[in-house]
Ligand binder design. Structure first.
Ligand code: DGL
Length: 265
């Protein structure tokens, strides 16, 4: 029976949809339960204690609503809370982390750039991750305040967003990076503008595919893969304004969806 239960996914907002859409593609028969914690976005400026508290509340809600596994579709929440979530809850919990390894393998100049929130870049677990590739690879860090807000506003093509991208990406290009890692799940929605700026010679790494592959692998190991042949359902919740989030989800997910209110404070 557990196999039929949904995969629970959460993020500070709609950024985690960049992960959810890859999970949907890789696992078309699974039900998905997604929470956008929009009332508290962005997490990037919050303390680890606050992010941990939110992550526990959201995980509990997902479990109470039947989740058989949890995907923390947020780099900032993963670095702050994944260990605690795994201690507190016994179901499979999959996190996301910046794709430093694929970037290091891809780079020809040996210099890679990481775009992420300040909170992610300052975390011990990110430091630990990037240290594994230093000194063979030079890892240039670039926090991007404002990116999450632009995505949450669905401002994906304005001059304001273009100039923010320029402000954060140009310094990386000046340092000689040939590979850029999107270390925040909101950023893949900026890929068209990032590519417009960097051109074809710079690789942009989006970890959504790798995370979806890992979710499939974990569910397989735990005998939790759905055996249904029907297309899976998507259920969305938000702690923010459901109408606003519904518009955003319909735009980024590409279908008509209902978003329910999550009262979690
Ligand atoms: N999408 C998130 C991440 O991957 C959260 C960013 C934020 O809320 O600041 O880091």
């Amino acid at each position: 029976m557990t196999r039929k239960k949904p995969i629970g996914i959460f993020d500070s907002g709609i950024g985690g949809l960049s992960i959810a859409r890859r999970i949907r593609d890789a696992l078309p028969n699974e039900d998905i339960l997604y929470i956008a914690d929009s009332l508290h976005a962005p997490y990037g400026y919050k303390t680890p204690a606050f992010i941990t508290q939110r992550s526990i509340i959201l995980t509990r809600f997902l479990i109470e609503n039947g989740a058989k596994a949890i995907v923390v579709a947020c780099n900032t929440a993963t670095v702050s809370t994944i260990h605690q979530l795994r201690t507190e809850f016994s179901l499979p919990i999959i996190g996301v982390e910046p794709g430093v390894k694929p970037a290091a393998e891809n780079s020809k100049t040996g210099i890679i750039g990481i775009l992420a929130t300040e909170r992610t870049l300052q975390s011990e677990s990110f430091l630990h991750l990037s240290n594994r590739f230093i000194p063979a690879t030079k890892v240039e860090l670039q926090p991007c305040p404002g990116f999450v807000e632009q995505v949450e506003k669905l401002d994906l093509a304005s001059d304001e967003t273009r100039s923010l991208i320029h402000r954060y990406v140009q310094p990386l290009l000046d340092k000689g990076v040939d590979t850029i890692v999107l270390g925040c799940t909101h950023y893949p929605f900026l890929i068209p503008l990032i590519k417009e700026m960097v051109g074809e010679n710079i690789s942009v790494i989006d970890t959504g595919y790798a995370v979806a592959k890992e979710v499939k692998r974990r569910l397989g190991i735990e005998s939790l893969l759905s055996s249904s042949t029907d297309y899976g359902n998507n259920l969305f919740y938000t702690s923010g304004n459901p109408d606003k989030v519904e518009t955003a989800i319909n735009t980024l997910w590409g279908a008509q969806n209902n978003v329910s209110s999550l009262n979690s404070d």
